[in-house]
Design a protein around this ligand. Structure first.
Ligand SMILES: NC(=O)c1ccc[n+]([C@@H]2O[C@H](COP(=O)([O-])OP(=O)(O)OC[C@H]3O[C@@H](n4cnc5c(N)ncnc54)[C@H](OP(=O)(O)O)[C@@H]3O)[C@@H](O)[C@H]2O)c1
Length: 220
């Protein structure tokens, strides 16, 4: 059997911890990194020996797929700092470009019609390939609805690079969800917060692949 690409999760807050835990449940090895090695070491001790803690540059160097489970502005910073190490890698962006507003809610920090996915695509390190994924559900659902039986819940993704579809779909599958491709990166806005396919947008919930495909067709 061919070996699966190595995956690293960078940023071990809500989403990074949930994605890592789900991948471990799916029997997938994960390299993890955060600002400090202590945080990565502590999580690896909780999750067992499929998880390998590293510092950020080593994690990027070692992995084929890097999930940036950090805030949108931090991803931009990390692209600048690690531009050389990220060359040729598959980058997964789960970010929602939002910040708290004055009314206790959230507001977009980029233009109304812009998406984090498209902005990051324009800043990609050389030969890196971007997928928008793992950001369609809030952390509670990402944890609760992983490995649903008898029918899996969907995680949508978008990418311009059809040659990475299989790797992204395997990753989503190993994390306990059914992958459904929305299209190219210019469709990212649909799967970012407030988008029509987001839990905190018009869709408003987790769905099965059958329902997801109906929703996709509905506006094409
Ligand atoms: N929370 C959700 O329900 C949800 C849903 C969908 C998508 N997302 C997206 O997922 C991303 C992460 O969200 P989250 O809720 O997991 O955030 P979070 O809980 O605040 O976690 C962010 C993690 O990134 C780390 N970090 C910050 N700066 C870093 C740097 N320069 N290098 C390495 N690590 C760094 C933080 O470490 P420190 O604690 O040391 O700062 C923290 O561990 C965001 O883009 C968000 O939009 C979140």
């Amino acid at each position: 059997m061919t070996q699966k690409p190595k995956v690293a999760v960078i940023g071990l807050g809500n989403i990074g911890t949930a994605v890592t835990s789900n991948l471990v449940k799916g029997n997938r090895s994960v390299i993890i990194a955060d600002r400090t090695i202590d945080k990565a070491t502590a999580l690896s001790q909780n999750l067992g020996n499929l998880v390998q803690p590293m510092d950020i540059p080593s994690a990027i160097k070692e992995a084929d797929i890097i999930v940036f489970a950090v805030w949108f502005n931090v991803i931009k910073e990390l692209f600048e700092i690690y531009g050389t190490e990220l060359q040729g890698k598959i980058i997964v962006d789960p970010s929602n470009p939002i910040a708290p507003d004055e009314k206790g809610g959230f507001k977009k920090i980029i233009g109304e019609n812009e998406s984090a996915g498209e902005i990051l695509a324009s800043l990609l390190p050389k030969d890196a390939k971007l997928a928008k994924a793992f950001g369609t559900l809030g952390v509670a659902s990402l944890t609760k609805y992983a490995f649903q039986k008898p029918v899996s819940s969907v995680l949508f993704y978008a990418t311009d690079e059809t040659e990475i579809n299989a790797d992204i779909e395997q990753l989503i599958h190993d994390a306990g969800f059914e992958p459904v491709r929305v299209g190219t990166i210019d469709q990212s806005i649909r799967i970012e917060v407030f988008g029509d396919l987001h839990e905190f947008g018009a869709l408003g919930k987790t769905v099965t692949a059958t329902v997801a495909k109906e929703k996709l067709l509905a506006i094409q």
